[in-house]
Write a protein that binds this ligand. Structure first.
Ligand code: ADP
Length: 122
């Protein structure tokens, strides 16, 4: 698969763990998945569902993405996710995150052949 699909999986897929309210989750995962290199990525969501279920979102009807493109798709079902948001006082290279586990429908942008998620638009 292409580099953008691989980047999506690195940044957003964590199928093996359950939603995690422990504040160390985001601090560790944002670093492990290399989103604290050069800068602290301000917001990122990890999805705790099987990859197949997330890839299947690309079969849902096309909707508009935030950037105006039409290649977004919204999950039919609620998904377990953990949202990571940089804390107010956090300064690079000490990236400190709030960790918020929730269930929500997610919107992904899909591209390519196979047509797979490359960006999380939620
Ligand atoms: P994310 O937004 O999932 O945190 P990035 O913004 O780092 O990740 O990367 C998104 C990638 O997806 C970029 O390579 C971007 O060009 C691509 N992409 C494809 N379609 C879209 C879209 N509709 N909206 C935003 N990015 C898109």
């Amino acid at each position: 698969q292409g580099p953008r699909a691989m980047m999506f999986r690195r940044q957003h897929m964590d199928s093996k763990s359950r939603p995690n309210p422990n504040s160390t989750y985001c601090n560790q995962m944002m670093r492990r998945r290399r989103m604290t290199v050069g800068m602290c990525k301000p917001v990122n969501i990890f999805v705790h569902e099987p990859l197949k279920d997330v890839e299947d979102i690309c079969i849902e009807p096309n909707i508009l993405c935030k950037n105006g493109q039409n290649n977004c798709h919204k999950s039919k079902f609620l998904m377990n996710v953990t949202a990571c948001r940089l804390t107010n006082g956090s300064r690079y290279p000490k990236c400190k995150y709030h960790t918020s586990p929730t269930m929500r429908q997610i919107t992904v942008a899909c591209l390519g052949d196979p047509y797979v998620p490359v960006h999380l638009d939620t």
